[in-house]
Design a protein around this ligand. Structure first.
Ligand SMILES: NC(=O)c1ccc[n+]([C@@H]2O[C@H](COP(=O)([O-])OP(=O)(O)OC[C@H]3O[C@@H](n4cnc5c(N)ncnc54)[C@H](OP(=O)(O)O)[C@@H]3O)[C@@H](O)[C@H]2O)c1
Length: 261
């Protein structure tokens, strides 16, 4: 029997730290279109208000909360705001992160300052809002779904100065499995997606170099980089009841790149 309603997020409340970002805003819109009420957070109100407008245009209700994802106090306030407005938290999609091509250093010289920055931006920013939301999920007693954003770089080395980024995304993938194991007893599923290049403002300058882009595309069997629309379907699926028995998994969204390695 096919029940396409199992893909719906109607009645669910999704919190998206980084919901004003290149991937985050597409996720906010897609989660709204799937029926969820959506709370977006980040450090700049303007981007968040634009995301809330996309949520409204998709036919749902949104809430913008200015909050630093590396701050415990801000993350507690984010979750409290979601509970105050919508009464529950069902999904967290951790869309804060990045910095991949912004700081490149030889592995033997990688400086601690940039290492710490990349780890804060990707790992701390995933841990802190998740902890705050999961405490609320456990108290709520109705389970939940966490979706992290790792990267193909968690699985693949690259002959460039990416040490901190690959370590950060490796940590995200490992935490996904660890959290899935620990929080299963509460009915909380934890999964991740690991995209290759997705055409967003964050990677626009890299992709604007035709030689660089051709090199990337040449390694991807589907012969293109990803678009944000390639990310949202798997993300909605992972947070929907259609994935009720899926936890601890890391889904590559990479046009087949990792299949070739
Ligand atoms: N684009 C790609 O090709 C690609 C590929 C693989 C994986 N990913 C991953 O996908 C995720 C999203 O990437 P993206 O391309 O959408 O990046 P993005 O456009 O830079 O979005 C990141 C968002 O995070 C927010 N943010 C950064 N630091 C924050 C903090 N301390 N507290 C709260 N919000 C913070 C930023 O908003 P504010 O600055 O306003 O706070 C921004 O809205 C990242 O984890 C990235 O590594 C991206």
């Amino acid at each position: 029997m096919t029940d396409t309603g199992m893909f719906s997020l109607a009645g669910k409340v999704a919190v998206i730290p980084g919901g004003g970002g290149g991937i985050g805003v597409a996720l906010a819109q897609a989660f709204a279109a799937a029926g969820a009420q959506v709370v977006v957070s980040g450090r700049h109100a303007e981007a968040l208000e634009a995301a809330v407008a996309r949520v409204a245009a998709a036919g749902s209700e949104g809430l913008a909360v200015v909050a630093d994802a590396t701050s415990e106090a801000d993350s507690d306030r984010l979750v409290a705001a979601a509970l105050a407005r919508f009464g529950r938290v069902d999904c967290v999609v951790n869309a804060v992160g990045g910095g991949a091509g912004k700081v490149l250093h030889r592995a033997e010289d990688y400086p601690r300052s940039d290492w710490d920055w990349i780890m804060e931006l990707n790992v701390r920013s995933t841990i802190v809002p998740t902890q705050a939301a999961v405490r609320a999920m456990i108290a709520g007693g109705h389970g939940g779904a966490i979706l992290n954003i790792s990267s193909v770089r968690a699985s693949l080395g690259i002959d460039a100065g990416y040490s901190a980024y690959v370590a950060a995304k490796g940590a995200i993938s490992s935490l996904t499995r660890q959290w899935a194991t620990e929080w299963a007893r509460h009915g909380i599923r934890v999964n991740a997606i690991m995209p290759t290049f997705i055409d967003t403002p964050q990677v626009a300058s890299l992709l604007s170099d035709p030689e660089f882009k051709a090199g990337i595309v040449g390694r991807i069997p589907l012969r293109r980089v990803g678009e944000t629309r390639d990310v949202v379907g798997p993300a909605v699926f992972m947070c929907s009841d259609a994935a009720a028995f899926v936890t601890g998994q890391i889904l590559a969204i990479d046009g087949g790149l990792t299949a070739t390695q």
